[in-house]
Design a protein around this ligand. Structure first.
Ligand SMILES: [Zn+2]
Length: 554
């Protein structure tokens, strides 16, 4: 009997697949065989990875669904290791990535049609720099389709809004309204009329009337479910096949969606870190009900907060901020309390993940995790620093030494770098968002988004990790370019690294026979695409558990 060269899961050679993706460039993230051309799937598992010719044998012309990828890149499904995932408002008009302003008109028209007269219409995340026109939008864009409804559409940064004439009238904003302190009512240079753009504190003038939506409890429940399904749909559209929610979420709701066969994304849901024995016992019950051996809804880790954020100057630092020298951040608990909680939860075998932005916050949680090993014994605990944002150089090797996961969200770097150096100076910025140094030291990295603080789109994270440039792109090599990653590594931390952070690297995060068939075909080759196009790359087809759950319309 001859052995084929192809990697298989030990299945018989004549076994036929349910799904075959062929004529692809497969980046498997499997170090032993990083590249292939085709993948065969049977049931919910990958059964073969190899050349198109090799995998062809798995095609039963009668029964196998065959996707010709047309040479496109196939990678493991994205696993967002830190997303505050939950229902979205089904009535909110999502305008992120809009390039054609007329799309805004159409979306407002559609939402107004679903509303009654006087009912406010909200939306946002538009960014005029992305418009084909490159110009700020004006009320004329939406006035014609919203004569009887107030419309407020926030810019992506939340620092300005487009409103329609109805809102200007309700708010009493005219050409004569004086500008509020710290705000701007943008006016037409020719006519002097307000354009509908209100900036900063001028947004506080916005009034949308006293319209009250009346819904029965049943309608509310139905609406909530719609919000969950929309969010799950968005994840599939972004090629996301797994999400780890930091802290609690509604298990029952996801159970129901799962029972209805509408869940297309594997979920870990956590709890709140505590030293309280009764609450830990509750978590043990949840862990039994949603065990680590499961593949769909699982109990994740216990979450806590050590500090705040860099943006609000509440990140806990060893030394004060350069621009606010009377502040060095805010500890959310004493070190003694931290250690007490960590030791109690660790003793019961829980995984722990603590939000740590500042260098002192990270130092403290590393100390507490180290203490847990001394007190409770060394085990494969994979405790996590959620964000691991600013470190002191001597703490970098401790992640690997203590087996602590650096759970990082690359977009924070390119959002924060605008003010980071002003706030903490160049020397301290050197070890901020230091994913390459952490990886080189042997640390395990897991990438995510921190949605909804940042967009759910994983392409933004990949872009941030490999460029360290702002979203508009900049000249030069990027911010602290020595910390840039290769695209291969960035994808790995978003797939295999994230799977490792939830103890699932034995069955998820690689395209390998025997692994769960979670895959995504992307619109362009991320490994070769110019960096200014990375964020425009899209998921064309998303496969979860062997099933196609999203296909982009051609
Ligand atoms: Zn978060």
């Amino acid at each position: 009997m001859t052995i084929t060269m192809m990697v298989t899961g030990g299945c018989a050679q004549n076994e036929k697949a349910d799904l075959v993706i062929t004529n692809a460039k497969v980046y498997t993230v499997d170090a032993s065989t990083p590249y292939a051309e085709a993948v065969a799937v049977k049931g919910n598992k990958i059964v073969a990875v190899g050349s198109s010719a090799e995998v062809e044998k798995y095609i039963d012309p009668e029964a196998t669904k065959v996707i010709d990828a047309g040479g496109k890149l196939v990678i493991p499904g994205f696993n967002d290791a830190h997303a505050h995932f939950g229902p979205v408002d089904p009535d909110y008009i999502e305008l992120r990535y809009t390039t054609d302003p007329s799309v805004i008109t159409e979306k407002v028209r559609a939402q107004v049609a679903r509303s009654v007269k006087g009912q406010p219409v909200f939306g946002g995340h538009w960014e005029h720099e992305m418009f084909s026109t490159g110009e700020w939008p004006a009320k004329e864009l939406i006035d014609g389709v919203s004569p009887d409804n107030p419309v407020v559409l926030n810019r992506t940064d939340g620092h300005s809004a487009l409103v329609n004439s109805y809102v200007l009238r309700l708010s009493g904003i005219t050409r004569d309204t004086p500008e509020p302190f710290g705000g701007e009512i943008v006016k037409d240079p020719v006519t002097g009329e307000p354009t509908g753009i209100l900036k900063e504190s001028a947004m506080s003038l916005i009034k949308t009337g006293d319209f009250e939506v009346k819904r029965s409890p049943a309608e509310e429940k139905e609406r909530e479910l719609r919000g969950y399904l929309l969010a799950i749909r968005q994840a599939a559209e972004y090629g996301i096949t797994s999400i780890q929610i930091p802290g609690p979420a509604d298990f029952a709701m996801y159970d129901r969606i799962m029972a209805d066969r509408m869940l297309t994304c594997r979920l870990d849901i956590g709890g709140v870190l505590t030293a309280d024995a009764a609450r830990l016992a509750e978590y043990q019950k949840l862990r039994d009900k949603y065990p680590a051996g499961g593949d769909w809804i699982r109990f994740g880790y216990l979450k806590d907060f050590m500090d705040g954020t860099l943006g609000s100057a509440t990140a806990m630092m060893f030394e004060p901020f350069d621009d606010e020298p009377d502040k060095a951040g805010l500890a959310q608990m004493t070190y003694e309390e931290l250690e007490k909680r960590v030791l109690a939860a660790d003793a019961l075998g829980f995984q722990i993940g603590i939000h740590a932005i500042g260098s002192k916050a990270n130092n403290w949680i590393l100390n507490a995790y180290e203490k847990a090993r001394e007190a409770n014994g060394v085990r494969d605990s994979r405790h996590r620093s959620e964000h691991a944002q600013i470190l002191i150089e001597s703490d970098i090797p401790r992640f690997s030494e203590l087996g602590v996961i650096a759970s990082m969200q690359p977009t924070h770097c390119i959002t924060d770098k605008r003010f980071a150096e002003k706030r903490i100076g160049t020397a301290r910025s050197r070890w901020a968002y230091a994913w390459k140094s952490l990886a080189d030291s042997g640390a395990q990295l897991a990438f995510g988004t921190d949605y909804s603080v940042e967009p759910l789109n994983p392409m933004e994270g990949l872009y941030a990790a490999v460029t360290r440039k702002d979203r508009k792109g900049e000249e030069g090599e990027g911010w602290f370019p020595e910390e840039k990653l290769s695209m291969e590594k960035a994808i790995e931390y978003y797939t295999l690294g994230a799977a490792y952070s939830q103890f699932m690297e034995d069955r998820k995060g690689m395209i390998r026979p025997g692994y769960l068939a979670d895959l995504v075909i992307v619109s362009e080759d991320l490994l070769t695409v110019p960096e200014n196009r990375i964020m425009t790359v899209k998921a064309d087809c998303t496969v979860v558990d062997g099933k196609v759950v999203f296909e982009r319309e051609k």
